[in-house]
Design a protein around this ligand. Sequence first.
Ligand code: ADP
Ligand code: 5GP
Length: 214
Amino acid sequence: MNPFPLILSSPSGGGKTTISRLLLERRPDVGYSVSCTTRPPRPGEVHGRDYFFLTRAEFLEKRERDEFAESAEVHGNLYGTLRSHVEGVLNGGRHVVMDIDVQGARQFRAAYPESVMVFLLPPSVEALLQRLSGRRTESGEVFRIRVRAAREELHAALSYQYAVVNDDLESAYRSVSSIVDAEAVRHARQPQLATRVHRLMEELDHQLLQMASR
Ligand code: ADP
Ligand code: 5GP
């Protein structure tokens, strides 16, 4: 197995967290890259599991030391992916799922070109607004900032390799999981493929010779 990064993006409320969690729960070949952020934790969020919650000074220090594979300012807060974390999951033999915004995704793919990029689309504006407001964790102004950002972020969907409409959750999950399965068997991700094929051919040649001599 040749593990790769799987980037999940969408406007806020698009379902990245939900689908990432399902991938982690159901697929032992998938791990998660815990990001750093300067945003305050939401109720129920745990430091080290959902994010590493840092002060702005701590974040900038890490960025200065080039510890991030990518970083970006999203909705007024800083977010970044730690190289060490991504490498740790990949070296452990698991695909690494990343829930990152569209600017970060572009930077990250430049550093890790083998990444697979999936954009989750809401089935409708109504559903998106309902899912965003259903979370009820943000004030009215923060909510408006996220809705405005959603409009801009949607445009990036056109530059992703895959776009999955998150209407029915199970079916969206199945699509994303199938993308992981299909990408894992891509020719380019199987360095041993040529050797394997040649070995099979050699063995068949051997069998053909034996058949001819019978
Ligand atoms: P994101 O991480 O992209 O901001 P979340 O995964 O937090 O989005 O989802 C936002 C809200 O929408 C959550 O309350 C989640 O339970 C809900 N949600 C996600 N996908 C679906 C779906 N397919 N159908 C209904 N609700 C969904
Ligand atoms: P939230 O605050 O709702 O958890 O995330 C807000 C936005 O930040 C989402 O679009 C999410 O994808 C993005 N995000 C989360 N972690 C990272 C990261 O490490 N890097 C970047 N660039 N964006 C991130």
